[in-house]
Design a protein around this ligand. Structure first.
Ligand code: PMP
Length: 353
């Protein structure tokens, strides 16, 4: 071993879902939205003045911050934006999780949390979900250096009621509590009212799912002006120009179109409920997902086998081989009605063969 090797920050990175380059496939593996972004996004893109690319982008991302603040009726000093909510969450870990005590998050959850914690040398404890894959608020009432969980949780899709979230916040007045709402628009109640009520709460959302813009990388946090200031101090100590000027313009156009957002969100919810009925008929077992995916298993065929046979049909879903408790499950993103019909048709013929 070379001497310099001991000073390398060694990390085991997060592994995102596959992005196959096939012309014809049904891609239900990374919780993307099957519908295009709001029409204003394409119009804005057509009018981009490439000469402006000579200039650095607005470091405070003013237009987009204001548009997000307008949408949620909060102050612009309560909004922080980043390059996807992954960027926002990484900044949150760096800014707020600096205690010697472990931060807490569910044992089955977004698998980036332990990667950030390991990379930043933040101690953590994974809190087991209950038998039905649910988060139990009482399990978070113990000494810790911060709390983070998605609502609905990923990859289970299980939603917590606001009262349960408030119980977690009440039990943790001395640390920061982060609610990762990547999937909240598909049927849950946002914890934003709790941001007004408590000074230690941060809500994180993204344009990647309900706003059809995973490719543009836009995420944001909403919290008190004081916490947003701390977050910006760290961000500007790291890289001031993270979001490019084209993305700022496109994101601003997207969030201004409330009607399109509601229309596509409602379509996905309707397709999800239809898919649940079909999967139940085929004998699949799953919880009552309130996200844009369903986490399902079949008692007669292993998760791995189903994943493989679907892939042979160019139908991509997500399978997690670890932890063992979820390795029989598939996480199936909700696509268009036609895509889900094709998935169900294939599963019906495969399971009856
Ligand atoms: N949080 C959760 C729970 C997620 O599933 C994802 C998607 N991988 C993210 C955050 C990050 O999404 P993005 O960086 O695209 O905003």
């Amino acid at each position: 071993m070379k001497n310099w090797e001991k000073n390398i920050r060694k990390v085991v990175p997060y592994v995102p879902g596959e992005q196959p380059k096939k012309a014809r496939m049904i891609k239900l593996n990374t919780n993307e939205n099957p519908y295009p972004p709001a029409p204003g996004v394409a119009e804005t893109l057509k009018c981009i003045d490439t000469d402006k690319l000579r200039l650095y982008p607005d470091p405070v991302v003013g237009d987009l911050v204001q548009a997000i603040a307008d949408f949620y009726q909060v102050g612009s000093n309560q909004v922080f934006v980043g390059v996807g909510s992954d960027d926002v969450l990484a900044m949150i870990f760096m800014t707020f999780f600096n205690s010697d005590k472990p931060i807490l998050f569910p044992d089955i959850t977004y698998s980036f949390y332990d990667v950030w914690a390991d990379m930043l040398r933040i101690p953590y404890e994974k809190v087991p979900l209950d038998e039905q894959f649910r988060i139990q608020s009482k399990d978070y009432a113990r000494p810790n250096g911060g709390v983070i969980f998605p609502n609905p949780n990923a990859p289970t899709g299980e939603l917590m009621e606001l009262a349960q979230i408030e119980d977690i916040i009440k039990a943790n007045p001395d640390v920061i509590v982060v609610v990762d709402e990547a999937y909240i628009d598909f049927g849950g109640m946002s914890a934003l009212p709790l941001v007004e009520k408590y000074d230690n709460v941060i809500v994180v959302q993204t344009f990647s799912k309900s706003r059809s813009m995973a490719g543009s990388r836009i995420g944001y946090a909403i919290s008190s002006p004081a916490l947003i200031r701390y977050l910006n101090d760290v961000k500007y100590s790291f890289n001031s120009y993270t979001m490019d000027s084209i993305t700022i313009a496109l994101g601003t156009a997207a969030i201004r179109d409330r009607a399109y957002f509601e229309e596509t969100r409602d379509k996905i919810i309707k397709t999800r409920e239809w898919t649940k009925e079909q999967l139940a008929e085929l004998g699949f077992v799953f919880g009552d997902s309130k996200s844009n995916f369903i986490f399902a298993m079949h008692p007669k065929v292993s998760g791995e086998k189903l994943f493989e046979v679907l892939k042979e049909q160019d139908i991509y879903v997500r399978h997690f081989s670890k932890p063992a408790r979820i390795n029989e499950y598939l996480r199936i993103t909700i696509g268009t009605d036609e895509q889900m019909q094709e998935l169900i048709d294939f599963l019906r013929s495969y399971l009856s063969a």
